[in-house]
Each structure stands twice: as C-alpha cells, then as structure tokens.
Design a binder for this molecule. Sequence first.
Ligand SMILES: *[C@@H]1O[C@H](CO)[C@@H](O)[C@H](O)[C@H]1NC(C)=O
Ligand SMILES: *[C@@H]1O[C@H](CO)[C@@H](O)[C@H](O)[C@H]1NC(C)=O
Ligand SMILES: *[C@@H]1O[C@H](CO)[C@@H](O)[C@H](O)[C@H]1NC(C)=O
Ligand SMILES: *[C@@H]1O[C@H](CO)[C@@H](O)[C@H](O)[C@H]1NC(C)=O
Ligand SMILES: *[C@@H]1O[C@H](CO)[C@@H](O)[C@H](O)[C@H]1NC(C)=O
Ligand SMILES: *[C@@H]1O[C@H](CO)[C@@H](O)[C@H](O)[C@H]1NC(C)=O
Length: 861
Amino acid sequence: MASRFGLSLQLFILFIFGDLVGTDSLDGLHYTSPDYYPSPNGGWVLDWTSAYEKAQSIVETMTLAEKINLTTGTGYFMGPCVGNTGSALRVGIPSLCLQDGPLGIRATDHNTAFPAGITVGATFDKALMYTRGVALGEEARGKGINVLLGPTVGPLGRKPRGGRNWEGFGADPTLQAIGGALTIEGMQSTGAIATLKHYIGNEQEMYRMNNPLQQAYSSNIDDRTLHEIYLWPFAEGIRAGVGSVMTAYNDVNGSACSQNSKLINGILKDELEFQGFVVSDWLAQIGGVSSALAGLDMAMPGDGAIPLVGSSYWGSELSTSILNGTVPVDRLNDMVTRIVATWYKMGQDKDYPLPNFSANTQDRTGALYPGALFSPTGVVNQYVDVQADHQGIAHAIARDAITLLKNTDSVLPLSRNASLKIFGTDAGTNSNGINSCSDKGCNDGVLTMGWGSGSANLPYLVAPHDAIARVCPSAEFHITDSFPSNVKANSRDIAIVFISADSGENTITVEGNHGDRDVAGLSAWHNGDDLVIATAKIFPTVVVVIHAVGPVILENWIDLPSVKAVLFAHLPGQEAGDSLTDILFGDFSPSGHMPYTIPRSESDYPSSVGLLSQPIFQIQDFHKERLYIDYRYFLHANITPRYPFGHGLSYTTFTISEPIFSVVAALSEYPPSRPTKGPTPTYATTIPPVSEVAWPTNLTRVWRYLYPYLDNPAAATSKAPYPYPTGYSTTPQPAPRAGGNEGGNPSLWDVIFTVKVKVTNTGSRPGREVAQLYVELPESVLGVDIPALQLRQFEKTDILSPGENEILTLSLNRKDLSIWDVVVQDWKAPVDGQGVKLWLGGSLTDLRIVCDVGNRVCNGV
Ligand SMILES: *[C@@H]1O[C@H](CO)[C@@H](O)[C@H](O)[C@H]1NC(C)=O
Ligand SMILES: *[C@@H]1O[C@H](CO)[C@@H](O)[C@H](O)[C@H]1NC(C)=O
Ligand SMILES: *[C@@H]1O[C@H](CO)[C@@H](O)[C@H](O)[C@H]1NC(C)=O
Ligand SMILES: *[C@@H]1O[C@H](CO)[C@@H](O)[C@H](O)[C@H]1NC(C)=O
Ligand SMILES: *[C@@H]1O[C@H](CO)[C@@H](O)[C@H](O)[C@H]1NC(C)=O
Ligand SMILES: *[C@@H]1O[C@H](CO)[C@@H](O)[C@H](O)[C@H]1NC(C)=O
C-alpha cells in the first residue's frame, strides 16, 4: 500500500487527457481490456459452503448501512490499523483491521522482522516457507489483525531495477507460486486472512499511481504471457484458499486494476473462481460505481480522490448508488457476503482478538482517529509481545538462504582463529538506531530489508559486526565504505568486504532512488565496487558478502585473483549476523540458491524490462519480451549470465542419481470438462428503505470519518438512467471452461508424472541439496514458441552427513506441462507427454539428469 497522498488534481487531468492516453498497438495486438459483467457471485465452491451459509444467515438480516460499513474503510488514519472497515456490531462483526505486511507486522513493536520474501525464495525450502507463514499469521492474530497484507507475488521480478521485487520470492512463476501458496496456507492456519497482492502487472514503482500530471502507467500484457507468467502465482494462491486479493495501482491494457472488469470479474472471480474478497491497494480506487461493477469488494483506506477530507468513492456514495438503483443490490450483497464468509472461513467469529496496537504511534495513549485532527483519545498500544519462538524460524531462513556464488580454493569456511579484517558499513548497524528511518527508508548499516510498506520494525538486530566479533574476537573492523589508507595486510589476513543494494516503495526516495533503483542501477551502493577493488589490491584473500534486493553487477571485481569467495546473503531481517557466521565459520554449509539471474551486464536484459519514465501522458509499458523474463530470456537469447538462476554452491558435494520416472495419470490435450457451477446465496433484490442509511440520532460523529449515512437519503432514490459501460450486463456469463474450482479447473492439479531421485552427500561436510526440476515442452507439438526450460518443481533435502542419502520425489501436475491456449482459452498439454523432457539438477547450468518422457526413461546428462 501507499502512505502518502497528493493527487488532488488527478481527476481534472484525467478528464483533460483521458482521450489521448488510451491504448496503443504492437505486433498487431490491440491492448484494450474487454468488458466483463456482471461480477460473479461467490459461494458455490465446496470448500467454502459452510462459511457462505453462515455469512448468508447474517447478511440477509443486515441493513444497508451495516453492509456499506463492511465494504468501505473508515478513512486514512481513522483507526488503529493502516486500514479499518466500519463495523456491523448488531450482528457481531467488528471493524476489520487490515495491516501490512509480507515480512512482519509493520509499524509496531515486539514483532519479528523475518527475512524478506526474496530470501525465503532463495532457501528453496518448502517447510520454511510454510513455517514462516504460520509465524506471520500468529503475530497478526496476536496483535488483533484480521487481514494481513501479504504475501506479495507481484511484482514478479520482470524488471531487475523494480523497487519491490524483494517482497516476493523470485523471478520465476513457479518459485513465486510455491512461496506464495505455502505462506498463505501457513498464515491462514492461524485464523488470520492472507492478502495476495498486487493484482497485477505492478512491475515498476515509479508512475504506478495517478498523479496530477498523468494517469498511472499501463502494463500492456498479452493473454498468454499473463496466464503463464504473472497470473500463475495468483492462481496457485487462490487454489491455496487465500481470503483476499489486493488490486494494483497501475492499469492493465489501459484500464485501472481496481476497476478492470476483465481482470476482476472475468479472470479472478470467474476463471480462477476466487471466493474471498477483492480489496483495493491504498488510494488505488479511482471510481465508485465503476469499481463496484467491475468486482471490487472493499475500498481501502476508504478515501476518495482527495484523501483525509472525509470523502469517499464508496461509503455514503455507495449507499446512494444502491438507493438510486445504479449498483444492483445483488452486487452489494455479494461484496458483503464475500467479506463475511472469509471472516467465518478463517474462524474469526471465535475468540479473535481486537487490535491492541496502533500503526499511528508508539505511545501508550493517543488519538483513536488521528486523521480526524480532533479525536477522542485512549490507550492505543498494549505492546503485546507476539514473537513467541519465531526467532529460530527467522534465523533458519536467513541462514539457509545464504547463497555461495564462488569459493575458490575452498577459502570458506573460515577457521575461528583466522586473521580477519572486515570492511564496509553493511557489516555494522545504523548508528542512529535500528528503526530510526521510518519504514526503513535509508540504507545505513547492514541491509536487512528493503523500504516501504513491506518493511517492519526490527525488535533487535544482530549485525554481522557483532556476530563475527563474538566468534572471532581478534577480528579487526573498519565500518566504513571508503578503504582506510592506514590498513596493512599480511599474507595470512583474510578480508571480508560487505556491500549492499537497496530498493523499496515509491513513497520514499532513498539516496535519489524513487523506490526502483533508478539512480543506483544494478551497482552496489556506497561505492561498494571501489571498496572491494581497493581491498583486493592489498589483501591476498577477499571474501565479499552482499546484502541485496535483487541482481547486482559483480563484473568490476568478480574475476580479481584475490576475490576468492562471494556470499549472497539477500535480505536477512533481524538475524543478519548469526545466520551469516553460521555459514562463514562452517557450522552449516550454505544451501541457498539464486532466485533470479545475476547477469554480466544490465544490457544483457531485453530493453523492454528497463524502467520507464516520462513526465506527462500515460506510460505504455508493453511487455514486448512476453514470456522471456529473467532466465527464460537469457536462454532464449543465448546469453551466458555471470550466475544463472538456481545457482548456489556448498561446502560439500552431492550426486543426484538413480532416477525413477513414473506415470501417475494419462495426459489428454485439454483437461476434462470442468465441474458445473453450483448455486450461490440468494437474497431479496429489492432496494432497501432509505431509512436504513439515515443518520442515527444519537451518534457522536467523528469529523472526516467515513460513514455509510446520508443527510437526505430520500433524495438519492432518483431513477435516472445510468450510462453503464458498453459491455454491461446483469445476465451471468457462461462459466469459463478453464474454471471449475479455486485456481481453475481442478484437474490442472492432477499429478501426471513423478521423478524420484537419490541425493547423496559425496563430500566431507554435512549439507543440504536442492533438486530443481525444469520442464522442456515441445514447440512442435504445442504449436507455439515456448521458453527452453521452465522451473516447475523443487525439493530440498534435510541436512545430509557425508555419505548419507535421501530420496526426493518431485511431482508434476497437468498445469506444469501445459501452455495457455489463447484461442481455446484453456490449458493445452502434449498428449501423454509426447516430446517432453524433464531436466533435474542443482541449477540451470548444473543439470544432471534428463528424462525423455515419451520413452519413459531418465539418464544422467
Ligand atoms: C490485453 O490486451 C492483449 C492484446 O490484445 C490481450 O491479449 C489480453 O487478453 C488483454 N488483457 C486484459 C486483461 O484485458
Ligand atoms: C458503521 O461503522 C461505524 C464504525 O465502526 C459505527 O460507528 C457504526 O455504528 C456502524 N453502523 C452500523 C449501522 O452498524
Ligand atoms: C447513483 O449514485 C451514484 C453515487 O452517487 C452516482 O455516481 C450515479 O451517477 C447515480 N446514478 C444515477 C442514475 O443518478
Ligand atoms: C490484544 O492481544 C492480546 C493477546 O493476543 C489479547 O489477549 C487481548 O485481548 C487483545 N486486546 C484486545 C483489546 O482485544
Ligand atoms: C589456526 O589454528 C590451527 C590449528 O588449530 C593452525 O593450524 C592454524 O595455523 C591457525 N591459523 C591461524 C590464522 O592462526
Ligand atoms: C442509539 O440508538 C439506537 C436506537 O435507538 C440504540 O439501539 C443504540 O444502542 C443507541 N446507541 C448509543 C451509542 O446510544
């Protein structure tokens, strides 16, 4: 979400330029978003039946004001959380608290600051992905948060300079999907509602929102690319039962995500059969009737075009549009039913705590509604400690994500009596205090996370400096980014140089970077390259440790003879130091793998994934590279990166052997017919009496607070015709053939093939190995171009002692073997796997087994 405002002129400008910024064409494709109406009602999917029954039984008793209350935020800074809905206390529903974020509870205390999503992705460890989700859910619940605003699977990582890629799990749909789905399952096992975001195409921070001079950029994405790349993790998250989905700020095909009927009604709610509720990103809503008809269910934080003045696109305006017949009562009932059903589905009707913290202040007492200026006050922070034993989870993830890129002469691990000289401020701590920069809007001391709403306060920080000093008391520290002139090296010295690269949300500019790395590019910050080079000139042995949000170009020093080892430690959160010393000194072997490609040069990427910048008129961001992002592009263009996706060394060695290929089910060209759609709750559709939204006589009004009530409700009942969008209809669309259950046709998840492999530790130290499974699909059979290799599954071993082995089973479902057929609008597979090859190994360039599916046989490479 965003937390700043300044779009007062937006409507004016949109009006003036509206006609000039529409769609454009490329390769014969016209990027427009078709109308898709009406919004499909939720409630027919089996898994949700009982929750919808409970919801229906109370929604049918609710008044118009109560219903509107649950759909609309009470306004910016109008309650304890970053977002708060109105309540319907008469029927037992409190104000719902929505709070960031994906790596920890934002803007509070006594919470855990977990490693960021990108770090979790680098573990390739499904158990840790799930466990972190459980811990995040427990912390949300402990603070009284109903809806936790994570995980992030969009941005997916298309743009290497993109500001928020680090919140997600890596630049691959499968890695993103498995990370997201397991996080959701974990979070929701605790009763907290997870929010999958940002739907969709939000691959750049700059110009993501409407501003006084221009409309938010438009991500122009063709149908197949949307399905096979960007939508993939959303589909898996919906299949995992996610309770809420957040729309993105940007447009797709020239239509804002918060009111794009094709995206919400068509793809999310019909094709993917999403049963929960759709919430806007903060201030992303740009129209009231339009967003309601397009399928938005909850407006956050509730404010209209000009925040903080007590106006809303919904709230009392939604009351009006129900009374005047423009928004069908049926649509409002579905919005509310979805919200209440989700609340029941997670069990929030049973002993769920109310918020006991304030995202607005750290003081014990304060304004209950700071946005009101004149607000009642009270106890707002109870400082509830929700950390439990989550430190261990944070530590394990930070450690198992550390990725060993290079280790010449086995210089790592270090011995505890090594003569160490440490350089770089990234080894230290922020001297102004670990939480001194709001939302981590600075890069000072070890980089533990990026900045913006996806950050959290650190409860404590073990910096690398502290952890190394504890293990190796003789280590000498130079916590500076310019190489000190007085340092002398002797031949036994080992220098460790810490460098970093940061990014974040567009609301904060850090060292000139507007969220995206627009100024820093893919270089290390603070002249990190110079520090490495200066150190490497003097010291015979240099170890480089990198904390980074995404790809960093290493070419200025990676081949220097004294640069012997490089550890990529991603964004470790509060456990930065001890997780690193675990690896540096060999208590554990590194087992992280790169969740994206490290190129040799930024120019190795397709030019279409660069940042776009333009002062006026809408930016048209054509996804010209289509399916070919990150490693898919490098393979396609035959460019050798510095380190491929999936790369990660260990202190030991492994073999992957004795593959056993099994056919579990037959594979037809298209999935069997989808299940037919069942009934959804029905309600009376008569327009409610105007008295239901009249101001209660005894209400103590809070200034600027968003209420559902109208001064003169009777005046709202005019029946003038409304200029609906061209494709508007109230007759339900035929059920899409690709739908059928949460995530799509359930047979897409039928397991078709499995491969069992034996992973053996053949080295001399304990360690863990990841088996990555890449699918090669036959272009000739499927009749379209297809990326050469695509990650579709992975499994990680436990810690194996030298000589020990473990059998891993990797399974592939129908969808893993399919492409999106844009004509048939369904997933198409090569019959029985004809022409399919499966590649298994420790990275994209370390493929050790190939299975020829047609001949049912696997061999060593
Ligand atoms: C966007 O336009 C492309 C090109 O016409 C089309 O393939 C795709 O389905 C459209 N997507 C949406 C969400 O409207
Ligand atoms: C709507 O929500 C507000 C804020 O929680 C509450 O004061 C008001 O009573 C609610 N209205 C109804 C009809 O429940
Ligand atoms: C009904 O009310 C909504 C909200 O104020 C408004 O946008 C819409 O134009 C109204 N419809 C008619 C037919 O006046
Ligand atoms: C705050 O959280 C604690 C622990 O989760 C809970 O016992 C308490 O009831 C909550 N406070 C409120 C006001 O609900
Ligand atoms: C560390 O100790 C080992 C033996 O315990 C010794 O062989 C080695 O030379 C020592 N290294 C340094 C840098 O003192
Ligand atoms: C306001 O009046 C209604 C209806 O008379 C009553 O149910 C409610 O409890 C009153 N609320 C307050 C805060 O006095």
